[in-house]
Design a protein around this ligand. Structure first.
Ligand SMILES: *Cc1c(COP(=O)(O)O)cnc(C)c1O
Length: 399
């Protein structure tokens, strides 16, 4: 309609978010992501980064990035499929496959790009995707890009998964392919998928298994090799092991590991891979160096778990509920959204940076402070953080 401002919705919708306190207020990290850091001008203990092993600050990882700029430049010049496939990219994929014990690996620009690019290629019309109800948003978007039928099973409920798969067997016309997809570690609760049982059900029904191990890599399994290693599963149990370099590896980039057939299929078909510029040399070299560190310095994963056990025990003994957490993701359950936000603000004043997770990311009455452990936190850091939780909890009537 003439005269009407076609973009007035931009401000209107933003203002709705602001008035509902549902907008993201961006904090500024002034300097590196370290256990003691500066956020918006305040010195705080960082309890919500995904940099589990502090590899983003490891001297070998930083040095590798610097060297790669000197030898290969600041950018790759193209997409991988045309002129942007450098020796560094191939080297990283070889090293990742070795680390994962897989035949082959493929690196995507991000984990999100891996899920959004690959899932809709694995299944199409006439196929079925069976997804855990709490799977990550990037899986949900990947699923939405596919024309396959969708079914959801109750969170980590393999009995329900079995029923969904059994029902799918009777579908007419018969499904061509069935894909079962799950997070390895669930990022809001810190619980783990029963991947061994998921794989057994899938095998019984001839379905593919796809695990998104973004929060399991660098954390679970021998030397941080992830949830597939944790369960000692084979490549015939889990067909697609997807992950990211943006969490425990401390850099950025998505990846999938599995058979050579999977990788050949994935890079020829994923539009996010084919049509988007490849990682700059510094990123690729830093990722390779992070794998080096994981393979040669087992203390980081050990320290992560020691800190996880210490902190979880600590917050529990204060009287807080940590829900289903069995990993370094430790939610401190608060309940009401407003209370969780007030608690987080008070923690920040007391020198602890830990953000609230509220509706719509979790149910309305399940708001929480999500803490994420880090290998480089010292006992003193953890004790100081626990004191802040105790003080804020008592002040606000939560303890
Ligand atoms: C973080 C995350 C992703 C996205 O990975 P990026 O590399 O950061 O895009 C995908 N899946 C899960 C489960 C995640 O936690």
């Amino acid at each position: 309609m003439a005269g009407r401002d076609p973009v007035s919705f931009l401000r209107q919708e933003y203002e709705v978010l602001v008035s509902g306190d549902l907008d993201w207020k961006l904090r500024v990290l002034q300097g590196p992501s370290t256990p003691r850091c500066v956020v918006d001008g305040r010195h705080v203990i960082m309890l919500c980064s995904n940099n589990y092993l502090s590899l983003s600050n490891h001297p070998k990882v930083k040095q590798a990035a610097v060297e790669a700029v000197k030898t290969h430049g600041a950018g790759s010049g193209s997409v991988r499929s045309i002129a942007g496939n450098m020796d560094l990219h191939s080297e990283l994929e070889k090293r990742l496959a070795g680390f994962k014990g897989a035949e082959a690996s493929l690196v995507y620009q991000t984990g999100f790009a891996a899920n959004a690019g690959l899932i809709p290629q694995l299944v199409d019309q006439g196929d079925l995707i069976v997804s855990d109800e709490l799977n990550h948003g990037s899986i949900i978007d990947g699923v939405r890009l596919s024309r396959a039928d969708r079914a959801v099973y109750k969170h980590c409920d393999t009995e329900d998964l079995g029923e969904v798969l059994a029902k799918a067997e009777g579908h007419q016309p018969a499904y061509r392919r069935v894909l079962v997809i799950t997070d390895g570690v669930f990022s809001m609760d810190g619980d783990m998928a029963p991947l061994d049982k998921v794989a057994a059900h899938a095998r019984a029904h001839g379905a593919m298994v796809y695990v998104d191990d973004a929060h399991g890599e660098g954390v679970l399994g021998e030397g941080g090799r992830g949830i597939v290693a944790h369960h000692h599963l084979s490549r015939s149990d889990v067909h697609v092991e997807m992950g990211t370099f943006s969490k425990a590896f401390g850099v950025v980039g998505g990846h999938v590991s599995g058979s050579r057939d999977l990788v050949n299929f994935a890079y020829n078909k994923s539009r996010t891979w084919l049509l988007s510029g490849s990682h700059p040399p510094a990123v690729v070299a830093a990722c390779t160096a992070a794998i080096d560190v994981l393979e040669t310095e087992p203390q980081h994963v050990r320290n992560l778990w020691a800190n996880t056990d210490y902190f979880r025990k600590g917050v529990r003994s204060l009287g807080f509920d940590t829900g289903r957490s069995v990993t370094p993701i430790i939610p401190v359950m608060i309940g009401d959204s407003g209370a969780a936000k007030r608690f987080s603000s008070r923690l920040y004043e007391l020198g602890v940076f830990a953000l609230p997770i509220v509706f719509p990311m979790v149910a309305k009455d399940k708001a929480r402070i999500r803490t994420i452990m880090n290998a480089a936190l010292t006992r003193q850091d953890l004790d100081d953080a626990l004191s802040a939780f105790e003080k804020a909890g008592k002040e606000q009537g939560l303890l």
